[in-house]
Design a protein around this ligand. Structure first.
Ligand SMILES: Nc1nc2c(ncn2[C@@H]2O[C@H](COP(=O)(O)OP(=O)(O)OP(=O)(O)O)[C@@H](O)[C@H]2O)c(=O)[nH]1
Ligand SMILES: [Mg+2]
Ligand SMILES: [Zn+2]
Length: 360
């Protein structure tokens, strides 16, 4: 395996040089297990940890390496190698860190396409797909919707379903496959290009790992039946993993996520809800939030039945979440700054705890 096959491209090369990393060995993170990383390098794989310095200079979780990241390594013949730096990403899919206000969690780095996997048989959640779309657009990653389990649909229903979805979603590429019969795989594999990175996203039980296993022809990822009592997936995949296909495409499998809160998603919202953004120009007020102001072209379109009311409601929900995230992040930054100041002051003090400046 060479670096190009791992997805090394001119952008990463440029960053590598700009960051003066040429004395290090380049590698790409393929898996992470509690701050222990598996990193693919030219002709092999090593286990690595980050250096104390990288830990110290990282301001947030986002600065730590994630699956898909390119990192600068020093290798050791015996034991664990060291990660000195993370190469600036060309894209990073992230969400709100669960249970942590204002925190960001990186899902995958240096991704070209987001494959939003959704089972066609179950009552699927279009609001959730829109949320994934927002997350992809925010990251500057092209989204592709993949319906799985089409073998469980009545004939003719698949086309109708895609038509319906298209009336609401702003998405270029929609594919439909059966992981059981491999119907639809031809269009999918034609879409998977050499050297490009594809990140699988979607609920537990949607068939992400089954798809990865079928495409590799090996049983690399564990899969399991969805629960018969709840009809939901069992969160079988527990960590992210980067996998290389024979045709040269690079896949990142992901655990199904329960919460996918959006972060600072202004651009992502605008692209995902482009019809609303388009109507906004006709609102009376320039800063209209489309939530009840007079002369709002968006609410008018909903009232006239020209804009899907569920689409509009989901827009408001995601907007509110974004604003809430921004407020809590600002608060978090303020606290961190304060803590930084206290730490600085503390470091200046002598061992007895007195401020050296105040001593005669
Ligand atoms: N009938 C049918 N079953 C499928 C298809 N794809 C996946 N399954 C089944 O759905 C169940 C869940 O599949 P997984 O691949 O484990 O789902 P996952 O998305 O990886 O789930 P997590 O790892 O929990 O996020 C398994 O029992 C699969 O055999 C399909 O196209 N048709
Ligand atoms: Mg899985
Ligand atoms: Zn408005």
């Amino acid at each position: 395996m060479n670096l190009i096959e791992l997805g090394y491209n001119p952008y990463i090369e440029k960053q590598w040089i700009a960051q003066s990393l040429t004395l290090y060995v380049p590698g790409r993170v393929v898996a992470e297990h509690r701050e222990r990383y598996v990193v693919a390098i030219e002709n092999g794989e090593v286990e690595a940890e980050i250096t104390g310095n990288l830990r110290f200079t990282s301001r947030s979780r986002e600065d730590f390496p994630g699956v898909g990241d390119w990192v600068a390594l020093s290798l050791y013949d015996s034991g664990v190698s060291l990660i000195h730096a993370v190469v600036p990403r060309f894209s990073g899919i992230s969400r709100q860190a669960p249970g942590q206000q204002g925190g960001i969690q990186l899902i995958a780095a240096n991704v070209d396409y987001g494959l939003i996997v959704q089972a066609a048989d179950r009552d699927f959640n279009i609001n959730r797909i829109e949320r994934y779309l927002t997350i992809c657009h925010t990251a500057g990653v092209e989204p592709v919707l993949i319906f799985t389990k089409t073998d469980l649909l009545l004939p003719g229903l698949q086309e109708e379903m895609i038509r319906n979805v298209r009336t609401r979603l702003n998405i270029r590429e929609i594919l439909a496959v059966s992981n059981l019969t491999t119907e639809g795989y031809e269009s999918l594999t034609a879409f998977l290009m050499k050297g490009k990175t594809y990140c699988l996203l979607g609920s537990s039980g949607a068939g992400k790992s089954t798809l990865v296993n079928n495409l590799t022809g090996k049983h690399l990822m564990k899969t399991s039946e969805i629960s018969t009592s709840t009809g939901k997936g069992k969160h079988t995949t527990s960590h992210r993993e980067l996998i290389l296909l024979d045709n040269g495409a690079i896949l990142i499998d992901n655990p199904g996520m329960r919460e996918i809160g959006v972060t600072d998603a202004s651009d992502g919202i605008e692209v995902t809800f482009d019809r609303i953004a388009g109507l906004a120009g006709d609102c009376r007020f320039k800063d209209c939030s489309h939530s009840g102001e007079a002369g709002c072209a968006v609410t008018r379109a909903v009232e006239q039945g020209l804009l899907d009311s569920n689409h509009y409601a989901n827009y408001l929900r995601i907007q509110r979440e974004k604003s809430y995230f921004e407020t809590s992040q600002a608060e978090r930054k303020r606290k961190e700054k304060m803590f930084g100041k206290i730490l600085k002051q503390y470091n200046k003090m002598d061992v007895k705890g007195r401020d050296p400046k105040s001593m005669d």
